[in-house]
Design a protein around this ligand. Structure first.
Ligand SMILES: [Ca+2]
Ligand SMILES: [Ca+2]
Length: 281
């Protein structure tokens, strides 16, 4: 599937620099270039495969499985060689399936600028034999933005419960910028303009699901918060700690008032009874 197979052309051309194998040879600098156009949404996500192709000036013979070292975020990823690219024996093709948790929002780069031989692998052309490392020029692939990491949410301040406010305050933090969604029996004023511009802590005002009406009195145990990053990765659903709204109940005054009346009636009854007995004497 083309959407799952995006190409990065790595043109080493005639210029392969091996510090160990050919230190004295004058070489033109090699270069990796990002694809001119990327399919899809511009983000490389879980399930998609990064393909790197190194081009040589002549046919290349490979034994074993050399690796291309790629910097994804702060992590050096060893991308294995899979064979020549198509039918072109002057190329080496490396493939890396993007994994959950990979994230590099300013584009990947060649780590150490190198293809490395591992486990006794070898790379040779008619003119050169690379026994250890091949160095390309610095190659930051700024168009190759990887994001297979969802925001992570944490409750920082639960609703003060029971709440005398029908639109109580709530706070949470997110590890990434993104779009806010409040679910369950709750909405939030902020959901009408839901962009969270950066990682950090946010205060929101909970409402009914229409994002404006008061919450009715009662217990709330199904309200949630989610944040979706620009690549479409949605956080796990953060459960808003259970809370109770007691904002609209008017305290009943019937019971407290009934006691004086009952006492007065009882006193009146006793008075009448005493008067009746006096009259009977
Ligand atoms: Ca980067
Ligand atoms: Ca992300």
């Amino acid at each position: 599937m083309s959407s799952h197979l995006k190409m990065i052309k790595a043109l080493l051309g005639a210029a392969i620099i091996s510090l160990l194998a050919a230190p004295a040879m004058a070489q033109n600098p090699a270069s990796f270039t990002a694809p001119g156009a990327e399919p899809g949404d511009g983000f490389w996500q879980q399930g998609e495969t990064l393909v790197f192709v190194a081009g040589f000036d002549s046919d290349v013979t490979v034994t074993g499985t050399p690796e291309l070292q790629v910097l994804i975020g702060a992590a050096v990823v060893n991308v294995p060689y899979v064979g020549p690219d198509g039918g072109d024996n002057a190329t080496m093709r490396f493939e890396y399936p993007v994994s959950t948790g990979d994230e590099d929002l300013d584009g990947v780069a060649m780590a150490n600028n190198s293809i490395v031989n591992v486990g006794g692998s070898t790379i040779s052309t008619a003119n050169l034999n690379f026994s250890a490392q091949i160095f390309a020029v610095n190659a930051a692939l700024t168009a190759t933005v990887v994001d297979a990491l969802a925001p992570a949410l944490t409750e920082t301040s639960p609703v003060n419960s029971p709440s005398s406010s029908a639109t109580p305050a709530y706070s949470f933090s997110t590890t990434e910028a993104g779009t806010l969604a409040v679910g369950g029996s709750c909405g939030a004023v902020e959901e009408t303009s839901p962009t969270l511009p950066a990682a950090g802590s946010y205060n929101i005002t909970l409402t009914a699901p229409d994002n404006s009406s008061d919450l009715a009195d009662g217990d709330y145990n199904d309200c949630t918060v989610e944040v979706t990053d620009a690549a479409g990765n949605t956080s796990s659903s953060l459960n808003i700690s259970n809370f109770r709204i007691a904002a609209n109940t008017v305290p009943s005054q019937a019971v407290p008032l009934s006691y004086p009346w009952a006492i007065a009636l009882m006193m009146l009854g006793l008075g009448l009874l005493a008067r009746k007995r006096l009259a009977a004497r």
